[in-house]
Design a protein around this ligand. Structure first.
Ligand SMILES: [Zn+2]
Length: 385
């Protein structure tokens, strides 16, 4: 399949612009060059373009571009950043779009820089005079690290369209639900002393054992109480991921830290699940002399639940030929929902190819994605309501 030049050139130029985001300051980069690149093209296409610096995150920007007027319309949304990469493990230059075996290779091709040139290719054939509702492009910063871009936007009180499509890699299947995620560090602190006499100290490992037992009981309760058959793993999960404590067999352990990952169903909020977790863990140490502290490992991702009857979901199902389903990873979608948009996630990449060396995108996914984007614009922006 041959794709015309502006698409390939825009795609290659976007891949060539480094925009890694990472909690490690040594790896973290500005996304300004990608935002400038998109701004120029969107201005040429007639969009009113706004670059918004992300507060307290120097060098990070969101872009909001609008074509047409009205209080509904469609937002085509994606993140501009990529994860860090390991140059030694790549067979080709991650910043050079490489065509091979009916695939495009490059850092972020699938997750998710492809979405912008695809959207632009569709938009260049749309006559702005035909729009009855506005069409927006939203490009965000830091999705891969802390979601500071979309968080800032949701917190700003800004309103955009009525519907949103996020082009994250879903293998061209519409996604309307995902679980929420929190990761929490739990530290139990006691007092060290000689192992020969337990009365000389307070053992943090003994205390952590009680906390873990309590959390395993709570996990059973959660899994009994909440199920949702739309998910591949249809219940909430709680994983003990790491534990560190003590130093020597003959010393009473003074400190023990456990880190857990908790994935919960859409009917619960981050605040609710975190407060229940704290209550359960504290309860396990009731009456002991040990202290317990909590620290979020990251801010958490809220769950997403778009109504199964939402118009954009119905259209996306029809255009893609796939029923709406769920994914196991978190996205920016819940923040767009908070801003009042009915949000669907659907993109041409596969999540299996994201975040790994030799990331690729099957070229035969591109034209179907263009047809889906075009169909959504026709239904939600062009057609008179
Ligand atoms: Zn992504």
């Amino acid at each position: 399949m041959s794709l015309n030049l502006p698409f390939r050139e825009n795609f290659a130029r976007l891949i060539a612009l480094p925009s890694v985001s990472s909690p490690d300051p040594a790896l973290d980069q500005s996304n300004k060059s990608t935002i400038d690149f998109l701004s120029n093209i969107l201005e040429d296409l007639g969009f009113a373009v706004e670059q918004i610096p992300v507060c307290d995150h120097a060098g990070k920007y969101n872009l909001v571009a609008q074509l047409g007027e009205g209080n509904g319309g469609l937002v085509l949304s994606g993140h501009t950043d990529t994860v860090p990469y390991d140059p030694d493990k790549w067979t080709q230059d991650p910043f050079c779009l490489t065509e091979k075996d009916n695939r495009y290779y490059g850092l972020g091709v699938s997750d998710m820089k492809c979405f912008f040139p695809i959207a632009m290719e569709v938009i260049k054939d749309i006559d702005p005079a035909q729009l009855h509702q506005p069409l927006y492009i939203l490009a965000t910063a830091d999705e891969e690290s802390n979601m500071s871009g979309v968080r800032a936007l949701a917190g700003s009180g800004k309103t955009l369209g009525r519907y949103a499509l996020i082009g994250e890699p879903t293998g061209l299947k519409p996604i309307y639900m995902h679980k929420g995620i929190i990761m929490e560090s739990i530290t139990v602190t006691g007092l060290s002393g000689h192992s020969s006499n337990p009365g000389l100290g307070r053992n943090a490992l003994d205390g952590m054992h009680q906390v873990m037992h309590m959390l395993m009981e709570w996990r059973k309760d959660l899994q009994k109480k909440f199920t949702n058959e739309h998910f591949e793993v249809p219940y909430p999960t709680l994983n003990f991921g790491s534990i560190r404590g003590g130093d020597n067999p003959n010393r009473i352990c003074a400190k023990c830290e456990l880190q857990i990952d908790l994935r919960f169903l859409p009917e619960t909020s981050i605040e609710e699940i975190r407060s229940q977790l704290h209550q359960k863990a504290k309860g396990a140490l009731m009456g002991s002399d040990l202290t317990i502290e909590f620290r979020p490992v990251f801010d958490g991702v809220p769950p997403l639940q778009t109504s199964a009857n939402s118009e954009i979901l119905k259209i996306a199902e029809k255009l893609s030929g796939h029923p709406a389903s769920t994914v196991a990873f978190g996205t920016e979608a819940p923040y767009l929902s908070q801003m009042g948009m009915e949000t669907v996630i659907l993109g041409p990449g596969n999540i299996d190819q994201a975040h790994r060396p030799d990331e690729y995108l099957e070229i035969n996914r591109i034209k179907p994605m263009m047809r889906i984007v075009c169909g959504l614009i026709q239904h939600l922006c062009v057609k008179e309501k």
